[in-house]
Write a protein that binds this ligand. Structure first.
Ligand code: NCC
Length: 276
């Protein structure tokens, strides 16, 4: 199989990965009393389009980056899971337009998802590793973590905050792009929140700058910029096909290698800005 060029890869992702969020009319949710808590419209119909967007990975290499001002200068900023801004503004900025969270964060006791103010800024988007079939009924009967129970609780406590759930098909369509562009057979585990959020932003923005997903010269074994825990698997991946995700993003990068080295910065074009 021949290796696709950057533009070909961008087209594959644009055409083969659908950004879909759950809506109240979808089965089996439509039959459930809490379906009305789901946003009636697709996230892509409600939000944006934005001119410039920043994707802020949670990598330890953001520490001492001084990228805060540059990140905040974007029209929209997406952050992940429990990544804070308070106390880290100089390096990661303070603007949070969207926060993409995995279902583990919603369910685990130590994140205090229902009560922590960390989650009250911006628009929430959540996801849970669904079955490869992407069948909603099958997923509903066997989620990885209790995403729906926690969603209902959160919505009751914060009814005004927009909160979307990604259709699990997106995970697997994106996973398929990774697999089809790699020689090795990769594990059937969904892509990381970082890559899911990057593709989500490509559908909402004209230009997407991704920070410290491809590590800069500050590359470190420190897992997160906000924690003292070290593990190289955070950057290279264990459960998620992270190394392969990064390889793909590197190939799609429109910016310079210098930007990666100094800023950990990748530039990706929004889906509306190119034709296939
Ligand atoms: O660590 P996590 O991700 O929250 O990081 C968000 C995204 O930033 C990118 N990243 C992070 C650290 C690093 N050194 N390099 C990076 O490139 C990745 O793209 C990552 O997705 C997740 O993807 O949801 C993940 O979540 C954590 C964990 O569930 C949450 O942080 C909540 O504590 C997972 N860790 C564990 O399960 C122990 C992690 O594997 C993936």
């Amino acid at each position: 199989r021949s290796k696709l060029s950057g533009p070909e890869l961008l087209c594959q992702i644009k055409e083969m990965v659908q950004i879909v969020t759950l809506t109240p009319d979808m089965e089996p949710f439509s039959a459930l009393p809490w379906a009305s808590q789901l946003p009636p419209r697709q996230i892509t119909a409600d939000i944006g389009p934005f001119k410039t967007c920043a994707v802020v990975s949670s990598a330890g290499s953001l520490k001492n980056s001084g990228l805060g001002k540059e990140i905040d200068a974007h029209d929209a900023v997406i952050r992940f899971n429990a990544a804070p801004t308070t106390g880290f503004e100089k390096d990661v900025g303070s603007k949070t337009t969207l926060r993409l969270i995995n279902s583990q964060v919603m369910a685990s006791e130590d994140h205090h998802f229902l009560s922590s103010s960390l989650y009250s800024a911006g628009i929430l988007v959540s996801w849970d590793p669904g079955p490869y079939s992407s069948d909603l009924r099958e997923w509903f009967n066997k989620t990885d973590y209790p995403i729906f129970k926690q969603y209902q609780r959160y919505r009751r406590l914060h009814p005004q905050q927009p909160f979307y759930i990604l259709h699990p098909r997106m995970e697997w369509q994106l996973w398929q792009r990774i697999q089809d562009n790699m020689v090795e057979t990769i594990q059937k585990n969904p892509p990381s929140s970082g890559l899911l959020g990057t593709v989500l932003m490509m559908s909402l923005c004209e230009v997407v700058h991704v920070y410290e997903f491809l590590p800069s010269r500050r590359k470190t074994e420190l897992c997160h910029y906000y924690q003292r825990f070290s593990d190289a698997a955070c950057t290279l991946g264990a459960y998620h096909p992270l190394l392969y995700e990064k390889n793909l993003v590197k190939r799609m990068n429109k910016g310079s290698d210098r930007d990666i080295y100094t800023h950990g910065k990748v530039t990706l074009p929004g889906f509306t800005t190119f034709n296939c």
